[in-house]
Design a protein around this ligand. Structure first.
Ligand code: NI
Ligand code: MN
Length: 263
């Protein structure tokens, strides 16, 4: 058992909320999951598990070789996987997990073609600006200012951010991106929770991520894509203090393995 699950069991024994216990334990039988409010668990770097409407949705499943991961690829059993772009620190373990679980992989057309040619049978191709309804909610792919080459040099299409409209709120995972003014348009959709990179070098750093909060105006924000390697070390708590003092948004700093609820 990995640390996150041990923590979850300990909290349950301590009569912590059943909600926290259920969300942190990881994959659940569908019957147990169905009644929960949406739970968001940070799994390190850019990887998140979202439990919503009785389904497990994992974004950018990067476990093997991820120094920040608290779980191994075999510890997650998603119903759906959403890919933001083709880089190795996001594609990660997607092939092994999709083959083992049969999870449907939602990604750009170029990535789903590439996965299909590598034995991933269940994919759903989308592209920038498009929305589609799934069992757990609606996915819309947004622009992201980044690149998207796949690990073998193949074209990964356009990098994307991920907008999730769920039963109890809307999540915007910006994924790897620099700051762009159209974040204001994304914010007009009414964002309950934004997930923004703060690591700098490959993505926005703390200053631009703070400007992003001001454009998006989410109710809450989780920083990600930092402290995985020394090159992207950042003080997330210091950034959170700036968010608190300069905006009305509530920052939530999660350690890998920790989770929060959407509503
Ligand atoms: Ni990237
Ligand atoms: Mn990345």
């Amino acid at each position: 058992m990995r640390r996150a699950r041990e923590t979850a069991v300990r909290e349950w024994r301590n009569q912590d909320s059943a909600d926290t216990f259920r969300a942190r334990l990881g994959p659940f039988p569908a019957l147990i999951r169905r009644s929960m409010t949406t739970r968001i668990t940070f799994l390190g770097h850019g990887t998140f598990e979202i439990l919503t409407a009785g389904k497990s949705v994992v974004i950018d499943p990067f476990f093997t070789g991820n120094p920040a991961a608290t779980l191994a690829a075999e510890d997650v059993s998603p119903d759906y996987i959403i890919m933001s772009h083709g880089h190795g620190d996001h594609i990660g373990d997607v092939i092994a997990i999709a083959q083992r679980t049969g999870a449907q992989v939602i990604a750009s057309h170029e990535i789903t073609e590439w996965l299909g040619a590598r034995g991933v049978p269940n994919t759903h191709a989308m592209n920038t600006g498009g929305s589609h309804g799934f069992e757990f909610g609606t996915v819309k792919l947004t622009i992201a200012h980044h690149s998207s080459m796949l690990p073998d040099g193949s074209n990964g299409g356009s990098p994307c951010g991920i907008l999730l409209r769920l039963d109890d709120g809307t999540i915007y995972h910006a994924a790897d991106t620099g700051l762009f003014y159209d974040m204001k348009l994304i914010g007009e959709e009414g964002i309950d929770l934004a997930i923004l990179p703060i690591g700098d070098n490959f993505t926005m750093g703390p200053d631009d991520a703070l400007r992003a909060v001001k454009l998006i105006r989410p109710k809450r924000v989780i920083p990600n894509h930092y402290n995985t390697w020394p090159l992207i070390d950042q003080d997330a708590n210091a950034w959170a203090e700036r968010v608190k003092s300069e905006t009305t948004c509530e920052p939530i700093v999660l350690e890998p393995g920790q989770s929060t609820s959407l509503s």
